[in-house]
Design a protein around this ligand. Sequence first.
Ligand code: LHQ
Length: 256
Amino acid sequence: MAEVMVEREGAVLRITLNRPEVLNAFNRAVHAGLAAGLDEARSPDVRAVVITGAGRGFCVGQDLTEFRDAPGDIRDTLEQTYHPNVRAIRALEKPVIAAINGPAAGAGLSLACACDIRIAAESATFVPAFIGIGLVPDSGGTFFLNRLLGFARAFAWMTANRRLSAREAEDWGLVSEVVEDERLPQRAAQLAATYAALPTRAVGMTKRLFEHATTATLEEQLRLEAELQSAATRTEDFAEGVAAFLERRPARFGGR
Ligand code: LHQ
């Protein structure tokens, strides 16, 4: 059985981390499978992506047995395996939804936070983990949590290493929605299908703009907004959106 399953349903690509016996901990095969899935996600036919886990876990970060058996230099491991996938998610001009079905720990928590939208099952938990084994958060964890939670809450949480419930994560704004466990796959599919029917180029460019806004000045942001708006006005979906509005009918966006 593949360590990562990649499936298409219409314009939605679902990537399922598939090592349920270890709550989908990362090993080389998982990194490679995730990379292949994210590469497939670049196809123009794909308009929304779901990342989830098989079994009762989402992803619990590095497989510590693999690391014990072949430690190597963590810097190289991160650069070669974790970082390309984090960059690929952020660079993908499409919505990436994390459907968090169980524990998200360590670099698995970072993976969830690298996504654009997070929804969780009621029994999902969020575990910093890194400090528990004497490590610092990696794979973009500090970058994303700083943005999502702000310094004070992020620092306190990551150093306290407290296991957060799905409801608490929702209160903190870390996840946008919590659903009953058995409804998560269905809700993730539904949300992804809704996104897949939107004007995908505009959604992608909106993602790029928010990404840029983290470090940009107002002048730089205004410049990029104008540039991308100009590109948006040249899309088929803009023509369709305006026509549908004037004809008082629902728009049928093709994602182009
Ligand atoms: C695991 C793991 C795991 C292997 C559960 N590995 N087997 C670090 C180093 C190097 C390079 C780059 O990056 C990193 C980044 C990192 O991600 S560091 C953080 C690594 N992750 C952790 O420290 C989390 C360790 N796991 C846990 O603390 C617990 O499993 C949590 C709290 C997440 C879930 O607890 P439970 O729901 O009680 O499940 P469990 O602990 O019973 O786990 C189920 C099985 O999965 C169990 O195996 P077993 O054979 O006893 O059924 C665990 O050993 C295995 N497992 N995490 N990271």
